[in-house]
Design a protein around this ligand. Structure first.
Ligand SMILES: C[S@@+](CC[C@H](N)C(=O)[O-])C[C@H]1O[C@@H](n2cnc3c(N)ncnc32)[C@H](O)[C@@H]1O
Length: 198
């Protein structure tokens, strides 16, 4: 089996890392949801040696992540474990001082988003930070033509999925126990949303 490769990861990992290094400065354990190929996990763990990075994914993606992990040989990158965010309670031990997900909230439907946010509340220590990277709408509007095209493609693939509005996500998050702190502009019309566990 060859290592899976995501081209977007190669383009966005540096910008994401620069932001996370600020938000995860005092963090010791990060839980990543929907780790995909595992490229973000390797990149972030290598550049934030002060913390332990825990990737997670659906079962089918775990072997690919493990190939990246073994090649990287990083002490602070744990093996990914199977985590379907929609199946709660999550099979985790202890709590985390940070949580992160990239490109998942538009990829899934609202029921999965709600499960993800609720699971993050359970997993995070009080006052700790959850960062979500990806495309989001502002005040019901796409932030670019490219995101509009992506949304059409997403909804053809899965009508329940699609790019979501920041205000709607922050409302749902607030009801579950996550305070919205704000967003940062990222390359290619993506954003990094930041939340704090109440
Ligand atoms: C667009 S990919 C993003 C992957 C990676 N985070 C990245 O930025 O390249 C969306 C990921 O969400 C994962 N995913 C979808 N539904 C999920 C669920 N219920 N629980 C956990 N992961 C899920 C998929 O397996 C897929 O890897």
């Amino acid at each position: 089996m060859e290592k899976p490769l995501s081209q977007p990861c190669l383009r966005n990992q540096q910008a994401i890392c620069e932001a996370l290094r600020v938000h995860f400065a005092g963090v010791s354990r990060v839980l990543e949801l929907g780790s995909g190929t595992g490229q973000h996990a390797v990149y972030m763990a290598a550049r934030m040696p002060h913390l332990q990075w825990q990737p997670s994914e659906l079962a089918g993606a775990l072997a690919g992540i493990e190939l990246w992990r073994q090649e990287a040989g990083l002490d602070n990158l744990l093996p990914a474990f199977e985590l379907d965010v929609s199946r709660r309670p999550w099979p985790i031990e202890g709590t985390y001082s940070g949580a992160f997900t990239a490109n998942t909230l538009h990829y899934v439907g609202w029921s999965v988003v709600e499960a993800l946010l609720g699971g993050v509340v359970d997993a995070l220590e009080q006052g700790r930070c959850f960062c979500a990277y990806g495309p989001f709408n502002r005040e019901g509007r796409y932030t670019s033509a490219g995101n509009r095209d992506l949304d059409v493609w997403l909804r053809q693939r899965d009508p329940a999925s699609g790019i979501k509005d920041i205000a709607e996500i922050s409302d749902v998050a607030a009801g579950l126990g996550l305070r919205y702190l704000g967003e940062e502009t990222m390359p290619a019309n993506n954003l990094l949303l930041r939340f704090e566990r109440k």
